[in-house]
Design a protein around this ligand. Structure first.
Ligand SMILES: Nc1nc2c(ncn2[C@@H]2O[C@H](COP(=O)(O)OP(=O)(O)OP(=O)(O)O)[C@@H](O)[C@H]2O)c(=O)[nH]1
Ligand SMILES: [Mg+2]
Ligand SMILES: [Zn+2]
Length: 352
């Protein structure tokens, strides 16, 4: 097999979905960038820019190629013939009024949830990211940046660890490789890491320091409120010189969740275990009598903030999952209608 495909993370799961002929002709590749009407595909031989035809735009977002996907091109390398089944997908509900999924990165092995030792740090935000990571089937690692700017970085690391026992936390100065031992341990040849988090936490800085060149633009954060300036504008997959693949993602303002039921049970297993002791099996832990969860909050066994975030995520998940399900149903009904109309026309055609 082409070694460069392996360098891009081409494992048997994907090889089984392609033919030897497609591989030998350099028609198989990995999506490294997605722009409005074209995608960049690398790995087969040279990196190619492939136009994304309108047929792809007509599909639901989850069926379109995204960064990290494996695709097969046609014989002329002029279009995407198919997108290979994914090992996993990191996605969110797109910002805005409509409930629509937005893909962030496909086929990632590890998610670096980047957060920094300043006002940006929020346990509730980490819980949100962890839920989406668990749902995507990836290993989440919290990367805590800007330890050089804080007198109290250990307490930030402690707070990050308390969000979920066992979650790895790596503390770094993103500008200084000598602090990267913990981070290096996660990087392997052919494995894919996505960098996600708020704007200004240092995702692109991490990438540049790891790559030892300035691949991505970075920008100072606002002094008054420590907010970033949304410097990175599109997602891109980069190959690190020492092996390993890194996807730099623009700062996420709001990671809205949908279809993360099982993941919420995992991330909040302490609350769910306690909920089994509530008097009513359908207790919403609001004002019901005999609520073991609220009791645990009063005793200080569960943080009030954590319960609030859990209930907020539950409601958000319920609402968004329901509207996605409805949308899919409408989509199917419409497709069926189109099929019937076509069949009818064909039928009339043959009779005429
Ligand atoms: N001192 C110090 N500065 C850092 C660290 N990490 C990031 N910075 C600085 O923080 C600013 C923002 O970093 P970026 O890498 O642009 O942040 P980003 O997460 O890519 O932001 P977006 O692309 O907007 O999502 C830059 O000025 C970096 O130099 C760190 O660990 N220590
Ligand atoms: Mg950036
Ligand atoms: Zn309860």
């Amino acid at each position: 097999m082409d070694t460069s495909l392996q360098d891009y993370g081409f494992v048997p799961f994907f090889a089984q979905q392609t033919s030897l002929e497609e591989i030998e002709h350099g028609r198989v590749g990995r999506v490294t960038e997605v722009q409005r009407s074209l995608i960049k595909v690398a790995g087969g031989s040279e990196e190619r820019s492939i136009p994304l035809t309108s047929a792809w735009h007509d599909l639901a977002p989850e069926h379109r190629p995204t960064v990290g996907d494996w695709v097969v091109l046609d014989e002329q390398y002029s279009r995407v013939e198919r997108v290979l089944d994914r090992k996993g997908i990191f996605r969110r509900v797109a910002a805005g009024e409509k409930t629509e999924l937005q893909l962030i990165a496909a086929n990632i092995d590890i998610l670096f949830v980047v957060t920094s030792c300043n006002e940006e740090f929020k346990e509730s935000r980490l819980e949100r990211y962890l839920a989406v990571a668990v749902e995507a089937g990836v290993i989440p690692v919290v990367v805590l940046t800007k330890i050089d700017l804080s007198d109290d970085s250990d307490s930030y690391a402690e707070r990050a660890r308390s969000v979920q026992p066992g979650v790895p936390v790596e503390s770094v100065n993103a500008l200084d490789r000598s602090t990267f031992d913990g981070v290096f341990a996660w990087i392997e040849r052919g494995s894919t890491i996505a960098l996600v988090g708020s704007s200004g936490v240092g995702k692109s800085t991490l990438l540049n320091t790891l790559a030892e060149t300035n691949i991505a633009a970075t920008n100072e954060i606002r002094e008054d409120d420590k907010k970033g300036r949304h410097t990175t504008s599109h997602r891109a997959l980069h190959r690190l010189p020492g092996g390993g693949l890194l996807i730099d993602v623009p700062g996420i303002r709001e990671l809205k969740v949908a279809e993360v039921d099982a993941a919420l049970s995992r991330v909040f297993d302490d609350i769910e275990a306690m909920a089994s002791k509530c008097r009513f099996t359908d207790c919403r832990h609001e004002s019901e009598p005999g609520c073991a969860v609220r009791n645990a909050v009063e005793n200080g066994d569960i943080e009030a903030r954590r319960l609030r975030n859990y209930l907020k995520l539950l409601r958000e998940n319920e609402r968004n999952s329901a509207s996605l399900a409805e949308k899919r149903l409408q989509g199917r009904a419409f497709a069926k209608h189109v099929k019937q109309v076509k069949a009818l026309k064909q039928d009339q055609g043959t009779r005429n």
